[in-house]
Design a protein around this ligand. Sequence first.
Ligand SMILES: [Zn+2]
Length: 245
Amino acid sequence: MKIGNFYSPKFNRKKRSKNLIKIIIIHYTGMQSERESIIRLCNPKFKVSSHFLINQNGKVYRLVQDNRIAWHAGKSCWGKYKNLNKNSIGIELVNKGHRFGYTNFKKKQLLSLTKICKSLIKKYKIKKKNIIGHSDIAPLRKIDPGEKFPWKQLAKKNIGIWHDRRPSLLRKFRRIKLFTRQDKVKFVKNLNNIGYCVLVKKRFFFAKTVKAFQRHYRKELINGLPDKECLIIAENLSKKAIKNP
Ligand SMILES: [Zn+2]
């Protein structure tokens, strides 16, 4: 694959060692145009950068070398990791995002993403459960890459995890509330096992985390309310995550 270089001056000068790289974080650019995105990601005035940018034709730009820390994650948490810039590789997909006209990700774009992910997984032994979206690690602030991102399709290629419950069966449990405390506790525990850092005590925070989970794994209804379908999915994913794929 041909990769264009467009170096961003915005990264930590210190090199990081290879074994710090544990996570891949997928973003969308959320801007009007590709040009604007590149300018922003490479302009020191804005404190954002990522390792790769993939445009809608599948062209890949390398912005920061893997052995440097890029600034894409911000205040964030996933499993035992906090503020994930130092532990992650950031990949930006050109898409206008929810603010400017959210569109489906393009085939060629996803093909390039798949290639990059496969090579990173191999190089850094990244676990499937640690290939996630920006909203998963920062649910209070972020909603990218959003519900149009085809996580299920990618999981078939071993990029990220997906549940193996039948959609027709799951559908029956949608909107069925979790009534018992036991079920609620179970749901939170499953979220934790998957990697979500859940703050249960603050209702607003909790709802945002549930939304992030839904955006990723149950995009048909993103309402921040955990229902039986969410619980079944989370339980299934949790088992997979614990097995440590
Ligand atoms: Zn992002």
